[in-house]
Ligand binder design. Structure first.
Ligand SMILES: C[S@@+](CC[C@H](N)C(=O)[O-])C[C@H]1O[C@@H](n2cnc3c(N)ncnc32)[C@H](O)[C@@H]1O
Length: 97
């Protein structure tokens, strides 16, 4: 198992690639997952923030790798979440509409 980035009794925080970390967890072992994944929007576009036009450039992690690769990544991490979640577990995903 990877070394926690931060640890307290009954609490561990990891900083890792989610696919690597989820693969280390036993199946049916997690009650709830909350995810705020990349939205793949940092591709030179603009948005409105606090009434002003600003560039959408959050970093390389948010750049689209094309529809198929983006889809494959999102499918993989959600599939990995489903594997570790208990049968009545909950998956919360932060997203945009
Ligand atoms: C929408 S942001 C989340 C921001 C966070 N909620 C906050 O308030 O700081 C998405 C985050 O996912 C991280 N990320 C991207 N790919 C990842 C991966 N494969 N595994 C784990 N984290 C990843 C990015 O570094 C980024 O911090």
């Amino acid at each position: 198992m990877q070394k926690p980035y931060y640890e307290k009794p009954k609490f561990k925080l990891y900083q890792a690639n989610c696919l690597d970390l989820l693969a280390e967890l036993p199946e049916n072992s997690v009650d709830m997952v909350f995810a705020d994944p990349p939205y793949n929007l940092s591709n030179g576009g603009i948005t409105v923030h606090a009434g002003r036009m600003v560039s959408v450039n959050k970093g390389d992690w948010d750049k689209s790798k094309g529809f198929k690769d983006d889809y494959d990544f999102h499918y993989k991490w959600m599939e990995a979440c489903c594997r570790v979640l208990k049968p009545h577990g909950t998956l919360w995903v932060s997203s945009i509409v």
